[in-house]
Design a protein around this ligand. Structure first.
Ligand SMILES: C[C@](O)(C(=O)O)[C@H](CC(=O)O)C(=O)O
Length: 302
């Protein structure tokens, strides 16, 4: 799918595909794609759904993940990813960007952007990365109201409710909240920052609802495979910040090389070539749309 040259599914179709993927199994591996290029490459790698991470989105703007952003900004990036890939997108909407009315506005904007699914967390503002210390939670009642609001104003959105309670009040509280969020209408539960396989397993046994595992890097969760999560009953696993971390390290390295040597030549083999780049974004199909643009011929050397 590419915005101007292919038909784009509707929000309802994308949300239904997302739900169907989760229900049908096997576990859905959902990579974070922080921009349109990453979204297209994820599609090229045959992923069936993609994720827009709050941490990666904010970092891509040079900002910390501390609740500094607004729903319309995230919706705009979400729209880019959907236009670029045509894939069902799960968006991290943090706390919903405020209180109940802000949650309602966010949900509406996500539907307008053709987002298939959203992930809402039970932290207070300013929110923090789930794997850091010092988080504060809103009450279970307030989170339930937020969940019900989304279901009322945007019934087609697939809703993943995240609880950060494990690292604040312990696993019993996290399980209790998860059950209440599912009863309030959440389609799936995301238990954040679990630290041991036994905790993932316990959640799987006690919470009777589709579950999402967060396989972020350098966090509290040990590196576990999609197959392991699946064996404990999980239906989705996200790799939220991977694309951004890998890309950032790569350009950190090449910037250093240019500073040190005055040329980027030693890095050419790690780059997407001009040809590969144009293939990814379907450059020539866009060019062909306008007969006034002469068809480009690429230099032999890539
Ligand atoms: C899932 C998450 O909310 C995100 O923004 O992608 C983060 C990821 C991270 O900071 O590594 C999280 O709070 O786990």
């Amino acid at each position: 799918m590419s915005w101007l040259i292919e038909n784009e599914p509707s929000q309802q179709q994308l949300a239904a595909s997302f739900r169907q993927l989760i229900e049908a199994g096997p576990i859905v591996k959902i990579p974070g794609t922080h921009d349109g290029m990453a979204a297209r490459l994820a599609k090229q790698a045959h992923f069936k759904a993609i994720y827009l991470s709050g941490a990666a989105y904010t970092a891509s703007r040079g900002l910390p993940d501390l609740g500094l952003i607004y729903s319309n900004e995230v919706a705009e990036r979400a729209r880019d990813l959907i236009r670029a890939s045509g894939l069902p997108l799960l968006v991290d909407i943090d706390t919903g960007f405020g209180g109940i009315l802000n949650v309602a506005r966010t949900a509406k904007e996500m539907v307008e952007a053709k987002v298939a699914a959203v992930q809402l967390e039970d932290q207070e503002l300013p929110k923090k990365c789930g794997h850091l210390s010092g988080k504060k939670l809103i009450s279970t009642e307030e989170m339930i109201q937020k969940i019900q609001t989304i279901k009322t104003v945007a019934p087609t959105l697939y809703l993943v409710a995240r609880t950060d309670a494990k690292s604040v009040d312990g696993i019993e509280e996290a399980i209790m909240r998860a059950k209440q969020y599912a009863a309030a209408g959440a389609d799936a539960i995301f238990p954040e920052a679990l630290e041991h396989p036994a905790e993932f397993q316990r959640f799987g046994l006690e919470v009777n609802c589709p579950l999402l595992a967060n396989m972020t890097e350098f966090g509290r969760t040990p590196y576990l495979t999609a197959e392991q999560f699946e064996s404990w009953g999980y239906r989705m696993v996200i790799y939220p910040v991977t694309s951004l971390r890998v890309a950032a390290k790569a350009y950190e390295k090449v910037f250093d090389e240019i500073q040190q040597t005055g040329t980027q030549q030693a890095s050419l083999e790690y780059m997407q070539t001009r040809h590969e780049l144009y293939e990814t974004i379907r450059y020539f199909d866009y060019e062909a749309l306008d007969k006034q643009i002469a068809k480009s011929v690429l230099p032999d050397k890539e």
